[in-house]
Design a protein around this ligand. Structure first.
Ligand SMILES: Cc1cc2nc3c(=O)[nH]c(=O)nc-3n(C[C@H](O)[C@H](O)[C@H](O)COP(=O)(O)OP(=O)(O)OC[C@H]3O[C@@H](n4cnc5c(N)ncnc54)[C@H](O)[C@@H]3O)c2cc1C
Length: 526
């Protein structure tokens, strides 16, 4: 019997569905004339809207778009995209009252010489040091000045300093759809899936749609968003809530116009802590995307709305805030207990979502699509082995997301609400994170703390959050000539970073200036 996997059905046409379709189709040539044709078909509901948010990516998106075969110039032009170099956090540590400068950055560039040198202990040994991220990388000064990460002459997807994107989620799905159907051979059906039909062995045999009849397949990819139609509703794979650790469960999103046509565009996401959550602020060429993510157990919707509107008034003026009615998006922080079950794998919101802090959702889609494309089981009988490995890997990723996001909250010294106090209760902190924090009191995070080579967040990210938030590591000092020499070398790197920052400030254009040039001339093709 032929149990070859040759027909893949993706249900759902949001960012998860189309990114997955693109990555798989680019890896496996779709050719209906081939002896063993490989087919990829995406079914999308004409009635159920996509979630319509998700505007911040990681640098990994550059490799993903390149892999799919999209030109960066087209992507920037079509998706109203801008360049993102990291995140700038405000008011997370103390709340910023009484004139405190309560801010720090998490740049995408790892500290200079990170493969070999751990600069953190040397930075800790300095008196009168600049902020950690400012000392170890030239990048933070660039996004403080709204500068771009490259020049118009830098080829597509190459960089001067590492970057990802801010984008319009609706336009992104639209561009991916067009590219996948016109260039990569993905078939597209607009229909509602109304029933899942099981085969005798318990696999999914086909799905019934309202406009295209029954559609059969060998592997079904559930990208139906929070509906989780195949993995959740059909297979009843339990949902594991993470709300006891990370409390946020509601977002209020609002698009804010620029006050002037040529206003500078931020080249990092701004994240400003509030009394029971935080506000994101993302700069696109035509508008800003803002939103308040909060815990509904700690603040009312009215109060959360008032905080968002006050933020918009403060940053864009009364006119921009007038008449704005934010869109409410409730969500359950958590994920499925397994993601690949029998011949069905869930990707995107259907597999889980925690909260937008550190924008880890799209990168999880990229990783999932990449693993499926690379390890696509040739036959049904090896699928369960791939599924087992996939589940282990992605459970580890979810655990790390939960721990890394929680780190932002436990380090806060804010005492102005129950939210911040509750975030520091021992019962809400994962055991592994507590242990790591105990160790990091005596030594800085470093490569030995990485759980696996493919960890989602590198240990450098832990350094940025810890020392940005004022965490104190008091090393067991051993005075030696060797150490004096290392301190001298580190000081030299700090000095070089400062010099490089000055040089880059002069060389790089503003974020808006570069985006205007991309619109006019485009980047050089690779
Ligand atoms: C407030 C908020 C902010 C976020 N910010 C970020 C961020 O900055 N960065 C980031 O990486 N991620 C972010 N995310 C997550 C990101 O939005 C999602 O991961 C991403 O958009 C993928 O969504 P999706 O495709 O899984 O689901 P959706 O966009 O909901 O798409 C679901 C698809 O399934 C289809 N469908 C549903 N039911 C059926 C049916 N019966 N038959 C056929 N089709 C069906 C729908 O038509 C739709 O096409 C954010 C999420 C939220 C809630």
């Amino acid at each position: 019997m032929d149990d070859r996997i040759s027909r893949i059905i993706i249900v759902g046409g949001g960012a998860a569905g189309w990114l997955t379709a693109g990555v798989i189709a680019a890896e496996h040539r779709i050719d209906s004339q081939a002896q063993h044709p490989f087919e990829l078909l995406l079914i999308e509901s004409p009635d159920v809207p996509t979630i319509g948010v998700g505007e911040g990516t990681w640098p990994s998106m550059r490799a993903t778009l390149q892999r799919i075969g999209l030109s960066e110039t087209d992507f920037v032009r079509e998706c109203d995209a801008s360049f993102k170099q990291g995140t700038y956090f405000r008011n997370w540590q103390t709340g910023g009252g009484q004139g405190d400068d309560d801010s720090y950055s998490h740049p995408f560039t790892v500290p200079t010489d990170y493969a070999e040198a751990n600069l953190a202990p040397h930075w800790l040994a300095l008196t009168d040091a600049p902020q950690f991220a400012d000392a170890v990388t030239p990048q933070t000064g660039l996004f403080a000045d709204y500068l771009a990460p490259k020049q118009i002459t830098t080829p597509e997807y190459a960089f001067v300093v590492n970057y990802g994107y801010h984008l319009d989620a609706g336009k992104f799905a639209e561009l991916l759809r067009q590219h996948c159907t016109e260039k990569l051979g993905v078939k597209h059906v607009m229909a509602n899936v109304s029933q899942i039909n099981a085969a005798e062995n318990g696999d999914i045999q086909s799905v019934t749609t309202d406009r295209a009849g029954d559609i059969a397949g060998d592997l079904f990819i559930d990208c139906t968003g929070t509906n989780s139609l195949l993995l959740g509703k059909h297979f009843k794979i339990p949902f594991q809530s993470r709300q006891a650790i990370l409390f946020n469960d509601t977002a209020l999103a609002a698009q804010v116009p620029y006050t002037e046509e040529d206003q500078a565009i931020q080249s990092c996401t701004h994240s400003t802590a509030q009394t029971a959550g935080w506000i994101w602020d993302i700069g696109l060429p035509t508008r800003r995307g803002t939103g308040h993510v909060y815990s509904s157990a700690h603040i009312s919707e009215d109060e959360a709305t008032a905080q968002l509107l006050a933020y918009i008034k403060e940053t864009a003026g009364d006119k921009a805030a007038a008449g704005l009615v934010p869109r409410k998006i409730p969500f359950q922080p958590g994920h499925r207990r397994e993601f690949w079950h029998r011949n069905c794998v869930a990707i995107g919101m259907s597999s889980g979502f925690i909260e937008p802090l550190e924008a880890s959702a799209l990168v999880m889609i990229e990783l999932a699509a990449g693993m499926i494309a690379e390890q696509l089981p040739p036959t049904r009988d090896v699928m369960d082995i791939v599924a087992k490995r996939y589940n282990q890997k992605f459970l580890r990723h979810w655990d790390q997301i939960v721990e890394f996001l929680k780190l932002h909250y436990v380090l806060s010294a804010r005492n102005d609400s129950g939210y911040w106090q509750d975030n520091r209760t021992a019962a809400s902190i994962p055991e592994k994170l507590s242990e790591q924090l105990s160790l990091w009191r005596f030594r800085s995070p470093w490569h030995q703390d990485a759980g696996a080579v493919d960890d989602l967040f590198p240990t450098a990210s832990y350094q940025y959050i810890l020392y940005g938030m004022g965490f104190s590591t008091v090393p067991r000092h051993t005075c030696s000539h060797h150490q004096d020499e290392r301190q001298r070398q580190a000081s030299e790197l700090f000095r070089k970073n400062a010099a490089r920052a000055t040089q880059l400030r002069q060389a790089l254009p503003g974020n808006r200036e570069l985006l205007n040039k991309v619109r006019e001339f485009g980047f050089q093709k690779l």
